[in-house]
Design a protein around this ligand. Structure first.
Ligand SMILES: [Mn+2]
Length: 327
C-alpha cells in the first residue's frame, strides 16, 4: 500500500490519508481561487440590479455541465440568465468577438464564460469597448489573458489556490459554492460527470468531487441525468466512474458532434420528466449514429491500408501483426 501511495505522490502520512479518505473537509475555500471575490461581488451586483447576464460555455461534457451548474446557481439566486453553447461547426471553440457583439446588441451587461475564455484577448477588448463586463472562469492553459473584471482559474500564477487540476465544471462548482454560501449538494452529479469525462487527474479535490458526486448520481441525480442513466441501461446498476466516462459522457458528446450540444444543457436544466426522457432518447439516437459512423470510417481506413500496403513502409509491422490477429 505504501508503495502504491508513493507512486501516487502521497509519500507523507497526511497526503496519504487525504488521498485514501477523500473527505469533504479537505476541500479548499473557494474564495482563495484567483479573482473569486471579485467575480462573486460583480455577479451579486448584477443579480441585485437585475442586469441581463449571459453564460457562455463549450460543447463538450465539461462545458455543457459547467453551463448548467452556473445557470442553475444563478436561477437559485433569483436571476434569469441567458446561456449560449457555440456550435462545433459554425462557431468553433472559444469566445469570439461576434458573440460579444451579439450579446451587447441584446443588452447583456455581464458575460460569464465557463470552461473557456482564458485566451480570449480580442473578445475581451470587444466586451470592454461595448460596455459588457466579462468574467472568465476556465481551467485551460494560461498564456496571454484577456482584460476582464475577473479571471477565475485554479492555476493562476502566484495565486493562493493549492489545487490546480479542476475541470471547467469544477471551477464553476467552486464559484457556485462561493455565490450560494453553502456546499451545492444538488450540483455534485454534474461536477462528477464532467470531472471524469474531462480526464483531469483523479487526485486532490477531483477525487472528493467524484466520490461525493457518484453518491449523488446513484441516489438523487437531476431529472436529465436520471433519464440519461435510464436510457443508457444503467438504472438497475451502480453508476461507477467508468460507467460515467464510457456510457454517459459519449452520449452527451455525440449530440455536440452530430447536432448541437445545447441539447445537453437543456437535458441538464429540465424540470420536466417527459422532456428529460425525450432529450435522453434523442442523445441515444445520436450516440448510435456516432457509433455507426465510427465503424464505417474505421472500415474505410482499413480498406485503404489494405489496398496500399506500401503506405505502411517498414514501420508497418504492427499493422501486419494486427491484420494477422484479425484474420
Ligand atoms: Mn474542460
Amino acid at each position: 500500500m505504501a508503495r502504491i501511495l508513493t507512486t501516487r505522490h502521497c509519500a507523507r502520512v497526511e497526503s496519504a490519508e487525504a488521498f485514501l479518505q477523500a473527505v469533504r473537509s479537505s476541500l479548499i475555500d473557494p474564495m482563495l481561487m484567483h479573482d473569486m471575490p471579485r467575480a462573486v461581488a460583480r455577479i451579486r451586483q448584477a443579480i441585485q440590479a437585475q442586469e441581463p447576464i449571459l453564460v457562455y460555455g463549450d460543447y463538450d461534457v465539461d462545458g455543457t455541465a459547467a453551463t448548467a451548474i452556473l445557470v442553475r446557481t444563478l436561477r437559485k439566486l433569483g436571476a434569469d440568465p441567458a446561456w449560449f453553447i457555440p456550435s462545433r461547426f459554425t462557431d468553433g471553440y472559444g469566445l469570439h468577438t461576434n458573440i460579444v457583439q451579439a450579446a451587447a446588441e441584446q443588452g447583456v451587461k455581464l458575460l460569464i464564460t465557463v470552461d473557456t475564455g482564458i485566451t480570449a484577448v480580442e473578445a475581451g477588448e470587444a466586451a470592454k469597448a461595448l460596455g459588457v463586463d466579462l468574467i472568465v472562469t476556465d481551467h485551460h492553459h494560461i498564456s496571454t489573458v484577456p482584460d476582464a473584471v475577473a479571471l477565475v482559474h485554479p492555476a493562476y500564477p502566484r495565486s493562493m489556490y493549492s489545487f490546480h487540476d479542476l475541470c471547467g465544471a469544477g471551477v464553476v462548482f467552486k464559484l457556485a459554492q462561493a455565490l450560494l454560501g453553502e456546499f451545492p449538494e444538488d450540483l455534485l452529479d454534474l461536477v462528477a460527470l464532467a470531472t471524469v469525462a474531462d480526464q483531469v487527474p483523479l487526485v486532490g479535490e477531483n477525487r472528493v468531487l467524484v466520490k461525493e458526486g457518484l453518491k449523488r448520481l446513484n441516489s438523487e441525480p437531476n431529472l436529465g441525468l436520471e433519464a440519461l442513466i435510464a436510457v443508457a441501461g444503467l438504472a438497475e446498476k451502480r453508476v461507477t466512474s467508468t460507467a460515467a466516462a464510457f456510457q454517459l459522457a459519449p452520449r452527451i458528446n455525440a449530440v455536440g458532434r452530430l447536432a448541437h450540444a445545447k441539447r445537453a444543457v437543456e437535458l441538464f436544466l429540465t424540470e420536466d420528466p417527459q422532456e428529460a426522457l425525450s432529450i435522453a432518447r434523442e442523445l441515444n439516437v445520436y450516440n448510435d449514429r456516432r457509433k455507426a459512423l465510427q465503424s464505417q470510417v474505421e472500415a474505410e481506413a482499413l480498406a485503404q491500408i489494405e489496398a496500399h500496403p506500401k503506405w505502411l513502409g517498414k514501420k508497418g509491422w504492427w499493422w501486419r501483426e494486427a491484420a494477422g490477429t484479425r484474420a
